[in-house]
Each structure stands twice: as C-alpha cells, then as structure tokens.
Design a binder for this molecule. Structure first.
Ligand code: DQA
Length: 144
C-alpha cells in the first residue's frame, strides 16, 4: 500500500521558516515518526519548490499510489496546472495545510486544488498529514 506525501515550495524550510506559524520541527524528523507509526504502509515523501516537478510527481505516482497527501504551499492559491494534474490522475488526493489558511490573508483563502481533492485538512499542524494517511488506510484499503 503506497501513500505519497508531496510538499510544495518553501516547505523544505519547515523547522526554520516562520516557526510561530509552521512550528519548529523539520519535516524529515516528522516523516521518520510517520514511518514508525505506519509500518504496513509504503510511505514516500517528495518535496519540490518547482511547479512542474510537483506536476511530474503527481503524474508518476497518480495512477498507482493508494493515496496522495498534498501540501502545495503557495501554489495552492495560484496553480490551475496543479489542479488539472490532480483532476487527471486516478489516485485520491487529500489537501493538507499546516496553518489555518482561513484565519490568514485573504489570498490564502482560495484554493484552486480543493475542488479536485477528496477533502482538505487545514490548521491542525503536522497532525493533518497523519490524519490524511489514516483516512486513506480506512477508506481506500481495498479499492485498488
Ligand atoms: C501552507 C499555507 C500556504 O498559504 C503557504 O503558502 C504555505 C504553507 C500551509 O501548510 O499552511 O507555503 O500550505
């Protein structure tokens, strides 16, 4: 059972980037914890600061992964191309945002991606990724 986590731009700086908003933990550290928590899951992590690389990864994994957890960072609010990529693949995608985007600037309150995703988890910190994985295990265990 393969579940892919994709993080978009600037999320490679988690732990150092605006810790009051995004926390002080690196994603690599958290990912290690996820692998221990879900030993039966083939968990993969991919991060890129480049829109095209994120699209390429969605294409590559999007017809075989059991589910994709996507935090597209700021591309969430700008990228019709990423929305089209989510629409083009068969794997279900859960959108995650660490911060509560609805409590922040107005431009963060619109997502081009939400309508293409099975659901969204926002504002629960890194816990959102864990919840998304649990959702895929519970709801998509026998689908493929
Ligand atoms: C974010 C929210 C986005 O608005 C922002 O551009 C990010 C991180 C989040 O996880 O809260 O890079 O996706």
């Amino acid at each position: 059972m393969k579940i892919l986590i994709i993080n978009g731009p600037n999320l490679n700086l988690l732990g150092r980037r605006e810790p009051d908003i995004y926390g002080s933990r690196t994603f690599e550290d958290f990912f290690g914890e996820l692998k221990v928590a879900f030993p039966g899951v083939d968990l993969e992590y991919f991060q890129s600061n480049h829109e095209g690389a994120l699209i390429d990864k969605l294409h590559e994994a999007g017809f075989s992964a059991r589910g994709i957890v996507l935090n597209a960072g700021a591309y969430t609010h700008t990228s019709i191309a990423l929305a089209d990529a989510i629409g083009a693949i068969t794997a279900p995608v859960v959108e995650v945002h660490i911060s509560n985007v609805h409590r922040r600037e107005a431009f963060r309150q619109h997502s081009y991606l939400s309508a293409k995703c099975v659901g969204s988890i926002v504002g629960l910190g890194l816990e959102g990724y864990r919840l998304a994985i649990t959702y895929f295990i519970t709801h998509y265990n026998t689908r493929f």
